[in-house]
Design a protein around this ligand. Structure first.
Ligand SMILES: Cc1cc2nc3c(=O)[nH]c(=O)nc-3n(C[C@H](O)[C@H](O)[C@H](O)COP(=O)(O)OP(=O)(O)OC[C@H]3O[C@@H](n4cnc5c(N)ncnc54)[C@H](O)[C@@H]3O)c2cc1C
Length: 435
């Protein structure tokens, strides 16, 4: 997969060079124009790679941890916007310099004399908007839904810039081979999105006819939703994975949110356990049995398939216990095979206590509940290296599965690095924003 991505980037560089850029690099204007073209090609390619990364294709999601995909997505996202902004600036400045015009006059020439240019400018502006809301500080203030909606604008931005590339892009106007290659990159990205974000969920809905069966209160702000349907045993899902859920009820049907299974798949029902943090999760309390459910997924490689060692240390933060609770069911019933550290702000926030105690005891393991508000632990973080090693002295010989909010996961990861736990034994799920 990585080789395919890098191979195509190399092809694009060759295509750019083949179109005779080097002999023209004799003055500042032509250097700017050539670099403007290159940044357009690479920026658009990077946007298409992101569409593929987020297409929910099993060829991507089955290979990499969601965390890693999200990291690449973030990095490539900012690279895309920088390259597209560079394209606009370099191309405008290059032509303005070559033709002796002001930047404003050159922009006006582009808009009035070149086809589809207004659409392209709107596309570039949308990319900048998406980058602005993706900056971490801005993102924290957004609801999941607003974040999701803004991200959908990426498809619009990519579509808006497509026509001007074909009509005005010097790489494509006179080279039908390059044109065919470029269009095929768009076609592959579009096909993956349609297949895995639209067709697959529709087929799954028709096949399994999922409905809410029951809602059970686990804590004052946490509920479990039991979902039943046809042929559930055929769903190719494993403990530790998550789906994106759409509940077909008034006011909810247009939203889709990710939730991990909180019980291992058993062919009879799916269970998710949801903590109230905002509008959507609050309104799930009002769901009625019988409500139709549409799923996208399953996603993620946070599963027992990743295990390398016979024993495991599981570390949960708050509601991040859900996939770990499911995973424990798939762990072997062997003495001392599991240690679970469960971090929660208060005892009211601890869910599944009875289930966890019983499942872990059945595997000869131990659960450590670390309860208390963040910052109340006089100077020492309860997930600092010395506490982890005290809880599991054979830590380096264990797989470590971590799930929780971003900050907690970051703390645990730095403790594990300090303890020199091999990276291949560390498996992470962050309950972080996904597109
Ligand atoms: C892979 C994955 C699995 C998940 N599994 C579970 C689960 O099993 N149980 C569960 O209760 N939750 C789970 N979540 C989190 C859940 O998806 C969000 O809490 C939910 O979408 C919030 O929707 P809302 O409209 O109620 O809240 P919003 O109004 O969207 O958000 C309320 C507040 O929480 C913040 N917030 C919301 N969602 C996120 C997020 N994903 N990342 C960072 N900050 C966020 C917002 O910035 C806002 O401040 C999971 C998330 C991911 C990515």
């Amino acid at each position: 997969m990585i080789l395919v991505v890098l191979g195509n980037a190399a092809l694009i560089l060759i295509m750019w060079a083949r179109h005779g850029q080097f002999p023209h690099l004799t003055n500042p204007a032509s250097v700017m124009i050539a670099l403007g073209q290159l940044s357009a090609l690479l920026g658009t390619y990077s946007a298409l790679v992101q569409v593929v990364l987020m297409s929910r294709s099993p060829w991507v999601d089955g290979l990499f941890e969601i965390d890693r995909i999200a990291g690449w997505h973030r990095w490539l996202g900012f690279a895309t916007v920088n390259l597209i902004v560079a394209h606009v600036i370099l191309t405008t400045a290059g032509y303005a310099l070559a033709d002796g015009r002001s930047i404003a006059a050159q922009t006006s020439v582009f808009l009035t004399s070149y086809p589809f240019m207004l659409m392209a400018y709107v596309g570039a502006a949308l990319f900048v908007l998406i980058a602005v809301v993706s900056v971490r500080a801005a993102r924290r203030r957004l609801s999941h839904e607003s974040w999701h909606l803004v991200h959908f604008l990426v498809y619009l931005a990519i579509a808006l810039s497509f026509a001007h590339q074909l009509a005005a892009g010097t790489d494509f106007v006179h080279d039908s081979l390059a044109l065919g290659y470029w269009v095929s990159l768009y076609a592959v990205a579009t096909a993956l999105v349609v297949a895995f974000r639209i067709v697959a969920p529709a087929r799954m809905a028709a096949r399994h006819r999922l409905r809410v069966d029951a809602i059970v209160e686990e804590a004052s702000d946490v509920i479990s939703i039991y979902i039943k349907g046809r042929a559930l045993a055929e769903l190719p899902v494993r403990a530790g994975q998550f789906f994106k859920f759409r509940f077909l009820a008034g006011g909810l049907w247009w939203q889709v949110h990710p939730f991990s299974l909180s019980a291992a798949p058993n062919g009879e029902y799916l269970r998710i356990t949801v903590k109230e943090v905002g509008d959507f999760t609050r309104s799930l309390h009002r769901l009625r049995p019988g409500t139709r459910v549409v799923l996208e997924g399953p996603f993620g490689v946070f599963t027992a398939v990743r295990r390398r060692r016979p024993r495991a240390l599981l570390i949960a933060g708050g509601i991040g216990v859900t996939p770990l609770r499911a995973l424990i069911e798939e762990m072997p019933q062997r003495k001392n095979s599991i240690t679970l550290l469960y971090r929660a702000s208060s005892w009211e926030d601890v869910v599944f206590k009875a289930e966890l105690d019983q499942l872990v005891a059945a595997r000869g393991g131990v659960v450590h509940y670390i309860v208390g508000r963040r910052g109340h632990e006089v100077g020492i973080h309860p997930l600092a290296p010395r506490f982890l090693i005290a809880a599991a002295p054979d830590l380096r010989e264990r797989d470590v599965f971590i799930c929780g909010p971003r900050e907690m996961v970051d703390t645990v990861m730095s403790s594990l690095r300090a303890l020199k736990v091999p990276a291949g034994q560390v498996h992470v799920e962050r309950f972080a924003f996904l597109t």
